[in-house]
Design a protein around this ligand. Structure first.
Ligand code: SF4
Length: 392
């Protein structure tokens, strides 16, 4: 078996809704992001903490991602796991705990398998616990990823225990989401047979209809997907016509796609000006609705205002200084160079230029793709890049 199944549990929300997506994604590299790396590192810490709790011996993993925040999140997961395990032991003294366990559900989806964070198999209720580090809230109710883990865990453990129901839990401390969805074993198996099996068979063969939706997020075919482009253009057409009162036939450029599934370079190029307009329009609408909701308390159905992440700070720095010194902590100050602007203010522009002008440079700005009408000159990407531009 490879590292990732074609019909993986983690991408199941996508291939169950849009069956051709699994095969279409195979054409693109599976690139990792910093967020994904942070997630992997956090999962390793969870595994360590749970095994440590179970008296397992393994070295504590090391990672640049282990911040105070990740320690806190993984502690929330550990406490949830420990509480659940102790509760299970009240009715089933010898449950089976499986951590980072690869589960096979290939009797529902061809070659299907996935790795669950934690399974507690026991008489009565079997628990599937999934830790998440993302910023985007994940719904636990009828969550296909967890339900597939549940099916895989039933395959592995139903002969050992008298399992009546399966409790699926998501522990997502970053957005205060700790929730459980419970279903009977019959319901879960019925879902596997009637919902998963037919869709998985189509997905495995790369067949079925392209169905765009919120599951397109993270789909590697996204930028080339005709269905997604058609949906966006259709949406844009409807909205622009309503706003401008223009004739619908003129609102969208007359783009015809050659291949029914994949956009080529020229087709993407033809879409760019329109996409730019759509993107500006989306930004406008979101700025407006956010302002209305936050400043004026306007309710938008399906949306809510939440608090963003905030950073801890001292309430009174003077008092902190006094209290820390009184407690004997004297090494609490640091000296740092004032900024370039502060130097200019201190010396005056002329003196600054005389004294420090030769020590100033301008690093290259971040490259950005903009429409041709933008006033800035185009960057010559064929020339060897200078790391810094000296300022006279
Ligand atoms: S981007 Fe296209 S292929 Fe991917 S899930 Fe959406 S509709 Fe399906």
């Amino acid at each position: 078996m490879g590292k990732h199944a074609l019909l993986s549990a983690s991408s199941s929300h996508r291939w169950l809704n849009c069956t051709p997506s699994a095969r279409l994604e195979e054409y693109y590299p599976d690139t990792s992001t910093r967020y994904a790396e942070e997630g992997t590192a956090a999962h390793e810490l969870c595994e360590y903490k749970v095994k440590h709790y179970l008296h397992g011996r393994m070295p504590r993993p090391q990672s640049e991602f282990y911040t105070e925040q990740i320690e806190r999140y993984t502690d929330v997961y550990l406490h949830f796991f420990a509480d659940t395990l102790e509760e299970v032991k009240q009715t089933c003294p010898v449950p089976l705990v499986m951590v980072e366990k690869q589960l096979d559900y290939s009797n529902y989806a061809p070659d299907g398998f996935g790795t669950a964070d934690c399974i507690i198999a026991a008489d009565g209720t079997m628990h599937v616990i999934d830790f998440k580090t993302g910023f985007q809230y994940v719904e636990v109710r009828e969550n296909p990823q967890l339900m597939l883990y549940g099916l895989g865990a039933l395959n592995a453990c139903s002969w050992m225990y008298d399992i009546q129901q399966v409790a699926l839990s998501i522990v997502q401390p970053r957005v205060d989401n700790v929730a459980t969805y419970t279903c009977s074993v019959e319901e879960l198996i019925r879902w596997g047979n009637t919902y998963v099996k037919p869709r998985a068979a189509l997905a495995y063969q790369g067949k079925g209809k392209l169905v765009p939706g919120e599951h397109c997020r993270f789909c590697r075919h996204q930028a080339h997907c005709v269905a997604r482009a058609e949906e966006a253009l259709h949406l844009a057409q409807e909205e622009f016509c309503e706003l401008d009162g223009t004739d619908k036939t003129d609102a969208v450029p007359n783009v015809r796609f050659k291949n029914p599934a994949t956009l080529d370079h020229r087709e993407i190029e033809a879409l760019l000006p329109m996409l730019h307009r759509i993107s500006e329009w989306i930004d406008e609408v979101f700025a407006y609705v956010s302002e209305e909701a936050i400043q004026h308390g306007v309710i938008w159905k399906g949306y809510k205002v939440v608090e963003g992440r905030s950073v801890r700070r001292f309430t009174d720095e003077k008092q902190v200084e006094q209290v820390a010194v009184a407690a004997g902590y004297l090494d609490i100050y640091k000296k740092s160079l004032i900024t370039l602007t502060e130097f200019e203010k201190l010396m005056g522009k002329k003196k600054f230029q005389e004294i420090l002008g030769g020590l100033v440079c301008r690093p290259p700005g971040k490259l950005t793709l903009v429409p041709e009408t933008d006033k800035r000159p185009a960057v010559d990407l064929t020339a060897a890049p200078d790391e810094f531009t000296a300022l006279d």
